[in-house]
Design a binder for this molecule. Sequence first.
Ligand code: GDP
Length: 296
Amino acid sequence: MFDSLSDKLQRVFKNIRGEGKLTAENMEVALKEIRVALLEADVHFKVVKAFMEGVRTKALGQEVLSSFSPAQQVIKIVRDELITVLGTHTARLRTANQPPTVVMVVGLQGSGKTTSSGKLARYLSKNGHRPLLVSVDVYRPAARQQLAVLAKDLGIPIYEGTPEETKPVDLARSARREAEISGRDMVLVDTAGRLHIDEDLMTELSQLKEALNPTEILFVADAMTGQDAVKSAEEFHKRLGITGVVLTKMDGDARGGAALSIRHITGQPLKFVGTGEKSDALEAFHPDRAASRILG
Ligand code: GDP
């Protein structure tokens, strides 16, 4: 996660480590190199712009401590700015005042929605919750089967519906009722995806939102798709109002651009990252730890 960006920034810091003091000239060189490193990591250009403005302002202002070496000063400024971009605090999953809390899991097909729904159920149950899963992908029986298998492996209940329940809204409503009856405090709704954003999908998701009044709408995106993930997140947020993002496949060689861009572009926080195919490969996202990982 973040390896290549981390390597590049390390190189920038190494270059100025030899300098005796931070001058306008060596700062300018470092700033240029940081900008290139961010762009090469596929960070959205608007985020790069905001990032560089933040670094520049801090570097020229009072926040630079003269007792630090130039490299230390730059690292501190970059770290602060990374945290600003990634989110100043850990964004936790919200719960409803009146259980069950409904969490809609949305995203494009193949992004890792179903896998993440299973992972989230496991995560929540490890953290003292009693989740109930439901898949409302009425178009792909295989997707519902996939979630049923996952649920069974994890020992987490799933609402599988009746033959009459052919509509996503009916299935989801019944799942919520089932949760109320059986004392389950969270309902995770794995929704249908499409290969591309289309009108039908958005209409269906809006109807689900209306019917369920979910506390969380988590957008699942594949980190490997870089700025496409950010664009889809932006579109889903515009149409649906997402409340957070789960970025999957962070164990691959994603350059980090999606993770660094999504919060700034959508205004919604990165809440979880997927770090593998197994059900335990999900981490709550902590901006400060991510910043430390990037800075090495
Ligand atoms: P959906 O169509 O959005 O429901 O996607 P799936 O949950 O079926 O996931 C698509 C593929 O991505 C599957 O092969 C998953 O095992 C894989 N996958 C999901 N999350 C991760 C992750 O965090 N890391 C890796 N390496 N693979 C993942």
